[in-house]
Design a protein around this ligand. Structure first.
Ligand code: SF4
Length: 181
């Protein structure tokens, strides 16, 4: 692999968020592998729907997609005690930590030197909080994908490629929230 094109593992929360984020990383000369690791999503049918669309995006962009196991029980244990926190609160911080730690571990196992996450593209999420958690792990690239109209581009690409855009963030506690993608 050329030094000018280092590898990065991109935690992919969903296909719309990954669309513009992946293009941004490619533009910055990274070689991108997508990593779908989202045990926070509930129910499993919804998880599968988002995963299918991540596969679709990987095909469109011609990038590899790695799929983590779905383990919602472990995620529930991890956030225990924070179930009734509001969106953008402590439960979400723990949730980000859960998925970023898994991505960091996967990158380490595969000798991929860098990793980052699509989570920062959403206007419903606070980028500095996500970046602060990511920086706890070596190799984290602190991309704020909201910048350079990232979110707007993700919406346009989702329409163009007919990607599924969910109506809630992911977990059962967010199903009646205001969050969309
Ligand atoms: S609302 Fe979203 S970020 Fe927050 S805990 Fe649920 S799935 Fe995770």
């Amino acid at each position: 692999m050329s030094e000018r094109s280092p590898k990065v593992l991109l935690h992919t929360c969903c296909s719309p968020c990954a669309s513009a984020s992946t293009l941004r990383l490619i533009k910055d000369n990274y070689t991108v592998t997508l990593f779908f690791s989202n045990s926070n999503i509930f129910p499993e049918e919804e998880y599968n729907k988002r995963l299918m669309n991540a596969r679709k995006l990987a095909n469109i962009l011609n990038v590899p997609l790695l799929e983590d196991i779905y383990d919602h029980d472990s995620w529930r244990l991890w956030i225990r005690g924070f179930e009734s926190e509001p969106e953008r609160g402590k439960r979400c911080e723990k949730c980000f930590h859960f998925n970023l730690q898994k991505t960091w571990q996967k990158a380490k196992d595969l000798n991929i030197p860098f990793f980052t996450t699509t989570l920062t593209i959403s206007p419903y999420k606070i980028s500095p909080v996500i970046l602060q958690i990511g920086r706890q792990f070596p190799g984290f690239l602190a991309y704020n994908f909201k910048k350079e109209d990232g979110y707007k581009k993700s919406i346009e690409l989702s329409h163009q490629w007919d990607l599924y855009r969910q109506k809630y963030c992911g977990c059962e506690y967010s199903m009646n929230g205001e969050h969309k993608v």
